[in-house]
Design a protein around this ligand. Structure first.
Ligand SMILES: [Zn+2]
Ligand SMILES: [Zn+2]
Ligand SMILES: [Zn+2]
Ligand SMILES: [Zn+2]
Length: 487
């Protein structure tokens, strides 16, 4: 048995539909060995460890990282000062050794979100942690500020600096977000990244991370997942993957400056009217830019400087506390950047999404509903291309659309719509709800109202109407009916 076979036999005990292989230029990866249909479950992976998230403020369950804020009083306290959502969560993740070490960290303890999971990895005796690849750090780059702090804190308990750094970087590169926390699932961690992936992951009710197919995967295809939001454009996606996961992605989407025809990273050309300037030159140190109509190449430093400024401006607006002022500033931001960006630029969509969130808190008016519907549909349109097949993101977005359309129906009840418009609107609303339930089925972090609302709707419709919607969804996602029931 060679090393790879040994790793495979330890990580994947159940019957499997893939092999673990060496993939040139990408380390190890999973190759499908049988035909996998959209919706098929490829792997259910129990976490090796769970813990609080990385970038979250506030205190969450020190076990699973889940419950927070107002529920803190319901939590199980431990003598070491950590708090857990339940006795069983504490028993699952908080070993005696961890408790002993945490007890000796002087008060006030530094924010557990950045060091606790590393400590958990260090005291764990699970051999699977040893199989993980470390985050590749660019040559010459030293330790980050966070790495320095974790090393400083944990080395005083007898852990070697090198082991702390290794575990910290393994967990950074290989954990999956889980609500407010994150979890390490050693099997799914073997799946490589693509910005246009053929599989997806979600946490089920039993606490496993599920890897399932988005689209048909034929034998010999590599199984891929995305490690970042599909709504992140170049070069932000490039920076994020490089910093948080340590690599430059060379997937088909990243090779294509038009972002598969969505132009979601393009800026308007200053030399020709309809032209859009797209990113090029993936393999060089820095991205270049070129107009797809007239061939104009702006100075890449200037472009990246400008983009960074405009992106940082939006992140700044997100922090604004006063909702009324925030809405106004975001509206101004979108208006101002219409001259700079393509209409589906990812920063415009992101700003639009923020606006939808803020407008949801206002009393519905015709113009408000119109704006919310517009941005929700634009994002859905882009996701249709960039987050292929059974997409989790689309599930959330469709639920938002359902809520907006529901509001629109109630708001227009006084007869402002023609009969056919009203009929189309009701159909759209029904399909959005059932499609979102279908995409988020079994997902423990799906909006809790989905199931209840969908059940109410199904009861209100007749059998034939339900089957019609179900057929439409099955056809759209190429679901093999006998294998997968969607509603
Ligand atoms: Zn918990
Ligand atoms: Zn304890
Ligand atoms: Zn990519
Ligand atoms: Zn041009």
């Amino acid at each position: 048995m060679n090393d790879l076979d040994k790793v495979e036999s330890i990580l994947f005990s159940q019957e499997k539909r893939f092999r673990l292989v060496d993939i040139p230029g990408a380390g190890r990866g999973l190759i499908s060995t049988s035909l996998i249909q959209p919706g098929d479950i490829i792997l259910r992976d129990k976490p090796v460890i769970l813990g609080p998230g990385v970038a979250e403020d506030g205190t969450y369950c020190s076990g699973c990282g889940d419950i927070s804020g107002s529920n803190l009083n319901l939590m199980e306290n431990c003598s070491c000062g950590l708090r857990f959502c339940s006795v069983s969560c504490k028993q699952s993740w908080h070993t005696e050794e961890e408790c002993r070490i945490v007890s000796s960290i002087p008060e006030p303890k530094p924010n557990q979100n950045y060091w606790l999971i590393t400590l958990r990895g260090l005291v764990s005796e699970d051999p699977r942690i040893g199989f993980l690849q470390e985050l590749t750090v660019q040559e010459g780059a030293g330790r980050s500020k966070e790495e320095d702090e974790v090393v400083k804190l944990l080395s005083s308990f007898g852990f070697k600096e090198k082991s702390i750094l290794t575990v910290y970087r393994q967990l950074t590169a290989n954990t999956f977000r889980r609500g407010r926390g994150r979890g390490l699932c050693a099997g799914v961690a073997m799946v490589n990244h693509s910005c246009s992936p053929n599989s997806r992951v979600w946490w089920d009710e039993s606490g496993s991370l599920v890897l399932s197919a988005r689209v048909k995967i034929t034998p010999g295809d590599e199984i891929t997942l995305t490690y970042c939001s599909p709504l992140l454009g170049q070069p932000s996606r490039r920076n994020k993957l490089l910093q948080s996961k340590g690599f430059i992605c060379r997937c088909p989407r990243c090779q294509d400056g038009t972002e598969l025809g969505t132009y979601m990273s393009s800026i308007r050309c200053t030399k020709c009217k309809p032209g859009l300037i797209c990113p090029v030159g993936l393999d060089e140190d820095k991205l270049g830019w070129i107009c797809s109509s007239c061939g104009f190449k702006p100075n890449p430093e200037k472009v990246s400087g400008l983009l960074k400024k405009v992106e940082d401006e939006l992140y700044g607006l997100e922090k604004e506390k006063d909702p009324g002022r925030k809405l106004l500033l975001i509206q101004q931001y979108i208006e101002k950047n219409k001259k700079l960006f393509s209409s589906d630029h990812f920063l415009q969509l992101r700003a639009g999404d923020l606006m939808v969130g803020l407008m949801n808190k206002l009393a519905p008016s015709t113009s408000c509903i119109q704006t919310k519907e517009y941005y929700t549909r634009q994002t859905l349109k882009v996701l249709e291309t960039l987050d292929p097949g059974l997409s989790r993101f689309k599930g959330f977005q469709l639920f938002k659309l359902y809520q907006i359309l529901f509001e629109k129906i109630v708001h227009s009840a006084q007869g402002s719509l023609k009969a056919e418009e009203q009929f189309q609107l009701v159909q759209d609303m029904q399909t959005s709800l059932l499609e979102s339930k279908f995409l988020l089925s079994g997902d423990r972090f799906a909006p809790p109202e989905i199931v209840e609302n969908a059940n109410l709707l199904v009861r209100a419709l007749n059998q034939e109407q339900v089957e019609q919607i179900q057929d439409k969804i099955n056809q759209k996602y190429k679901i093999v009916k006998s294998v997968y029931q969607c509603i």
